[in-house]
Design a protein around this ligand. Structure first.
Ligand code: NOJ
Length: 740
């Protein structure tokens, strides 16, 4: 993957300010009253009735709406400001268009399993085209929080645990939403969120406290934001959480020092829903007035749904607690965005024009994204793809035919009538090849009743292969949907165990918004396909992969723990002073009345060891790839230097497939300790059966930099390890040195 190239080409999209726009902004700003300025900083949620807001709109008291998707209502509201307000500043309509508008793509975590920025960009483009037809010009995506805790429901919305992968994919999403130019009526302004550290929420419980040292913040949580901003992201949303005692809505270090001073961001900053006022609950502000003051002074420019700015800014200025120049700066950023979006010239949405919703092209893109999101975790005895000798399949499970749930979290606008489920797709596409015996077994994922088991077991007995569709309903992941136990909910584990007893080959297809702890099931299933929530076209995508029309290629964007208590477990952990020493003595190996130090003293769990169930970057295909011949173009690099690292990869199987090749490094000794592995680059490569390809990565010393204790980004001389690898726990290993 040409990471550097992607970021450079995106940067060209929006470098420098357009002086014509800047002049217009200044001209308009100079005409605005304070109350009109405060109005621009006010974002409301629509009630669906334009008349409710008429008086406010005439007075210029609203800058933006969220949650209005009726183009007729949008135009009606816009008409009031364009014809009846003094300065005719168009409204900006926004929506959470996170993984599709009508045509729903896999949840972002699923899309991330493609490791394919092109497919992600395409998905965002489709979403932008569809949403802009309703009059939406601003989406609250991409969510680029680094997430290392699958208990946290919002992991579904993220692009996984790794800063480099999230940076590349997040930037691609920005590019897709914003298109060639923000000024095009089918472009959406992107909003990178949630700034910052939201994914570090303690215990994986939403909105919870985070404690993040500045070094970790800069190394883990900030880079994806920097990459998206370099890619031209027009706006940014602050997060709900506090970091080290400071809620993000009042965090001037993040918003003023990092975002504005260090990164030169000239876009606009919005609060999260009610997050300004919530600083009272955090215990950071005594009342709404103080909340408004702290948020504005920190640099939160638009307030989402609460009205502390409208109520208090005038007085705060009079009292000298906020400078009018601070308000001017905020409004400048809001107006600049509206000019960039071309809203002053084209404020209205064309109603009844030709629609692209659910077009064949959009559905095809959604299907391709779903195919590339599927991760084959296990395939004993080549159970998959289903062979031509298989005459019947049992389709079982609460997610085999769950059109709503398969769309996943954040589907405000997707309609289940358009979803094609695996049951429907398999019958339609392969119904002539195999007899389908369908029995749900459980009505929904949390179902506690076993009354469907008998029918399910009997369907399994009558079939050559069992396809069990297990997982989670969509409501179990996403915002405020955290789980303290991430095993299959309901009686699914029992059903899977019963199906196993039939002795038939058991294929598990798992649809879920998070990594589930599936250790036991991974032992008994013959094959496992992780399908996340795959969206509108999930069914046809899964059918094609199960029946071998296309091989799977996805790789995990996040580590799968063996059990909930093993969290946090992520590949780029530190080594500790006493890394786990093999062989491990586990719970049941310990002799009764063992002496205190029988087990040695190293870092692991007695009941889970130290390895995850599946590592970051892991995923199989219907072929095997053999890595060989690692070569480094040099074994020493200067501090500003680069080298080539290459290897050969041979497809030793019978089908052409795509391999996602990963480049990792380890900095062995640092002035601050370094992770045991860090992803630095990746490439997708299609390889024909029997073919050997040479893969070459260029590693630049810039990629070896880290933040030291003085908060300087440095590369320190010393020894490094490097791997070209199929995942984060295997690969060909080499080493090199960086010299002064
Ligand atoms: C709260 C969520 O945290 C955020 O991601 C979303 O964009 C807003 N609500 C608006 O719906």
């Amino acid at each position: 993957m040409a990471t550097a190239i992607l970021i450079v080409s995106c940067q060209q999209q929006q470098t420098g300010q357009d002086s014509e726009i800047e002049n217009k902004v200044e001209d308009l700003l100079s005409k605005m009253t304070l109350s009109e300025k405060i109005g621009q900083m006010n974002q409301l949620s629509s009630s669906g009735n334009a008349d409710d807001f008429k008086e406010m709109l005439k007075k210029g008291m609203v800058g933006s709406f969220l949650n209005e998707v009726n183009p007729v209502t949008i135009n009606k509201m816009q008409k009031v400001v364009m014809e009846e307000s003094r300065l005719k500043i168009p409204l900006l309509f926004s929506r959470d268009v996170i993984h599709g508008y009508k045509t729903i793509f896999p949840i972002p975590l699923g899309q991330a399993a493609s490791w394919n920025p092109d497919i992600i960009e395409k998905g965002a483009r489709v979403a932008a085209q569809e949403a802009s037809e309703a009059g939406i010009r601003w989406t609250f995506a991409p969510m680029i929080d680094i997430t290392r805790d699958p208990r946290w429901g919002r992991i579904a919305e993220s692009l996984g645990e790794d800063p480099v992968l999230t940076s590349v994919l997040g930037a691609a999403m920005v590019k897709g939403f914003q298109g060639k130019s923000l000024n095009d009526t089918n472009s959406l302004a992107a909003c990178v969120k949630h700034f910052c550290g939201y994914g570090a929420t303690e215990g994986g419980r939403d909105y919870n406290t985070t404690i993040i040292p500045e070094q970790t913040l800069r190394e883990v949580y900030l880079p994806s934001f920097k990459a998206s901003i370099d890619a031209g992201a027009a706006t940014l949303m602050v997060s709900f959480n506090e970091i080290n005692g400071v809620p993000s809505s009042g965090n001037d270090f993040l918003l003023r020092q990092v975002l504005r001073k260090e990164w030169n961001f000239d876009g606009m900053v919005v609060s999260d829903w009610g997050s300004v006022e919530e600083m009272i609950n955090h215990g950071f502000c005594a009342d709404r007035k103080e909340a408004a003051m702290k948020a504005i002074n920190a640099g939160v420019e638009m307030e989402m749904v609460t009205s502390t700015y409208v109520e208090h800014v005038e007085n705060l200025i009079k009292e000298g607690k906020i400078k009018e120049s601070t308000i001017d700066e905020a409004v400048r950023n809001i107006l600049r965005l509206k000019f960039r979006l071309g809203l002053f010239d084209k404020p209205y949405v064309a109603v009844n024009s030709k629609s692209s919703l659910y077009s064949d092209e959009h559905l095809a893109s959604a299907k391709e994204a779903a195919i590339q999101s599927l991760v084959l975790l296990k395939n004993e005895n080549n159970t998959l793809p289903i062979k031509s000798t298989v005459k019947s399949v049992a389709i079982i499970g609460p997610l085999a035919d769950a059109p709503y749930d398969q769309m996943g979290t954040w589907t405000l606008d997707g309609e289940q009538e358009h979803t094609i489920t695996p049951l429907v797709a398999i019958k339609e596409e392969f119904g002539k090849q195999v007899k389908v015996n369908y029995a749900k077994g459980l009505e929904y994922s949390r179902d506690l009743s076993t009354k469907g088991f008998t029918a399910a077991i009997s369907a399994a007995r009558q079939s050559d292969v069992i396809l069990m569709f297990a997982g989670e309903e969509s409501i179990l992941s996403g915002e405020a949907r955290c789980r303290a136990d991430i095993t299959f909910p309901g009686k699914q584990r029992e059903l899977i165990a019963e199906l196993k007893k039939t002795g038939k080959p058991l294929v598990l297809v798992i649809m879920a918004g998070r990594p589930l702890a599936i250790t036991e099931e991974s032992k008994i299933a013959d094959a496992i396909v992780y399908a996340w929530h795959p969206g509108t076209m999930g069914g046809p995508a899964i059918a094609d992969v199960l029946f071998g029309k296309v091989p799977p290629s996805g790789k995990l964007p996040v580590t799968f723990p063996q059990m909930t208590g093993q969290i946090p477990v992520y590949y780029s952990q530190k080594n500790s002073g006493r890394p786990a020493k093999e062989p491990l003595m586990l719970l049941n190996d310990i002799p009764v009345s063992a002496k205190q130090f029988t087990l040695g003293c190293s870092s692991y769990y007695l009941d889970a060891g130290y390895k995850p169930l599946y590592p970051f970057g892991y995923g199989l295909s219907y072929t095997t790839f053999v890595y060989s011949d690692l070569k480094l173009s040099k074994n020493q690099m200067k501090k500003e230097d680069q080298m080539e690292i290459s290897c050969k990869i041979t497809n030793t199987g019978n089908v052409e497939a795509t391999e996602i090749v990963q480049l990792y490094i380890r900095d062995l000794v640092g002035s601050l300790t370094r992770p045991v592995k860090e992803l630095k680059d990746f490439k997708r490569v299609a390889i024909k059966p029997g073919e050997t390809v040479k893969i070459t990565f260029t590693l630049n010393t810039n990629q070896l930099k880290f933040w030291n204790a003085k908060m300087e980004q440095v590369v320190e001389p010393g020894q490094f390890k490097v791997w070209i690898a199929p995942n984060s726990s295997e690969g060909l290993e080499g080493s090199f040195e960086v010299t002064e």
